[in-house]
Write a protein that binds this ligand. Structure first.
Ligand code: AMP
Ligand code: GLY
Length: 423
């Protein structure tokens, strides 16, 4: 099979490495991929949002199967366009990707179908939003409706911060058109769990749970980032929690989407918070998470390509999807200063990271060398029997990665290990 993966980050690298385990994957292209993905796939200089070009490439190169992983092309309708051209795809169509593309849509869906989530109101004008805030207490959460590179959420600690958040999203448009509408919602607390699930719209198969570390600095301080590291499984996702999630959240969500005429096929990501009242949905994503994928896929025992094709062909019910019993830890090496200002162009040496996997993100080829080209440079993933061993092994691996302004959190997995101890 001739396969094309749209995207170019650590997540796509993990997907490609796993797809390659299947002998049927004779040729894999990455659009655009990156300098490190180039070790495992042929990179093509077409951006993930250049839908026309992606479609033309797929037709010209007689692609048998396309995997679309980033949010932007999915929300823009890349899968619809590829399908129109006769290309089989993994990923939701535009009318289902809206579950991530519009937070107002997602919240209204949950309300209509009784799926547990934070109480909320939606607004399309600033004045009404500010009036509503005057009757609410802080902390309170303000979210821009549309995609905002994972940054469209402001947790306001005071009433003043909440008003400022509404003004900067709706008036100053700090997140662009994504801020034409806002969701204002109740602040929830509790541990967070990410669950990625394969679904063909009828059957849903949750993958092993994971824990992201979104803040830039140790102890969950500093700015929100795309994710500085992950561990899987997540100790807060107990069997009891898992059962409730399946019954109260996962199955109701795919049924709701089907009922709305928006059948979701692909990977559905549930960002959950385990509150005192039970699990609630913080967010849906219409795709694999990054860097969750870098710990979840290494634990997948079943074949990824076969599972994806079963999703596309709506045969998931009869497909066995199994995971290894062990644990995985991914530590992200970023450029110092990320997620704000940082320098790039430094030589990366990561070929000695022991028996860890390296998933490249912000790197490009320069002659025979790899140079840094982004904020998150790469992730080092270790798999082991226990979380404790996986964490140790990943840190050993990342110490061997070299580039001039390397920065990484030192406490990935710490919270998970503490939770395991207290269980
Ligand atoms: P998101 O971009 O939707 O993943 O949100 C970023 C982070 O904001 C989440 O991972 C949570 O830590 C936090 N968050 C989002 N919504 C809420 C909420 N209603 N209450 C408390 N924290 C929240
Ligand atoms: N790690 C969070 C996300 O992929 O959105």
């Amino acid at each position: 099979m001739r396969i094309m993966v749209v995207g170019g980050g650590g997540r796509e690298h993990a997907v490609i490495k796993k797809l390659k385990e299947n002998k049927k994957a004779e040729k894999i292209y990455a659009l655009p991929g990156n300098g490190g993905i180039a070790f495992d796939a042929e990179c093509v200089d077409i951006g993930a949002k250049e839908i026309e070009k992606i479609k033309d490439f797929a037709v010209r190169e007689r692609i048998d199967y396309a995997v679309v992983t980033p949010d932007d092309p999915l929300v823009m309708g890349a899968v619809d366009e590829l399908e129109k051209a006769g290309i089989k795809c993994f990923g939701p169509r535009k009318n289902a990707a809206i579950i991530e593309g519009s937070k107002v849509f997602a919240k209204n869906l949950m309300e209509k179908y009784g799926i547990p989530t934070a109480k909320y109101r939606t607004f399309d004008n600033e004045k009404a939003a500010l009036e509503y805030l005057s009757g609410e207490k802080a902390p309170i959460v303000i979210k821009a409706d549309g995609l905002a590179l994972g940054k469209g959420v402001i947790i306001a600690e005071t009433a003043e911060e909440a008003r400022d958040a509404v003004k900067s999203i709706m008036r100053d448009k700090i997140f662009g058109e994504s801020g034409n509408k806002v969701v204002i919602e109740e602040y929830l607390s509790g541990p967070e769990v990410s669950v990625l699930a394969f679904t063909d719209g009828k059957t849903i198969v949750p993958m092993v749970s994971s824990m992201d570390h979104k803040r830039a600095c140790d102890g969950d301080t500093g700015l929100n980032t795309g994710g500085m590291g992950t561990v899987a499984p997540n100790p807060y996702y107990t069997e009891e929690v898992a059962k409730r999630c399946e019954e109260e959240i996962f199955i109701p969500t795919i049924r709701a989407m089907e009922n709305e005429g928006r059948k979701f096929k692909g990977c559905l990501y549930f960002g959950l918070m385990i509150t005192a009242d039970g699990p609630k949905v913080i967010e849906y994503n219409c795709r694999f998470g990054d860097p969750e994928t870098q710990v979840v896929l290494p634990l997948l025992k079943s074949d990824l390509l076969d599972t994806m094709i079963a999703v596309t062909e709506e045969r998931l019910e009869e497909t066995k999807v199994e995971f290894y019993d062990g644990a995985a830890c991914c530590v992200v090496a970023a450029s110092e200063g990320y997620p704000q200002k940082y320098e790039t162009g430094f030589t990366v040496k990561a070929d000695r990271a022991g028996d860890c996997e390296i998933y490249y993100a912000g790197v490009k080829k320069s002659g025979n060398e790899l140079k840094t080209s982004g904020g998150r440079v790469l992730g080092v993933t270790a798999v082991a029997k226990s979380t404790e061993e996986a964490v140790k092994k990943a840190y050993k691996g990342i110490e061997k990665v070299e580039f001039a302004n390397k920065y990484y959190r030192k406490d990935i997995g710490k919270k998970a290990l503490e939770a395991e101890e207290n269980r």
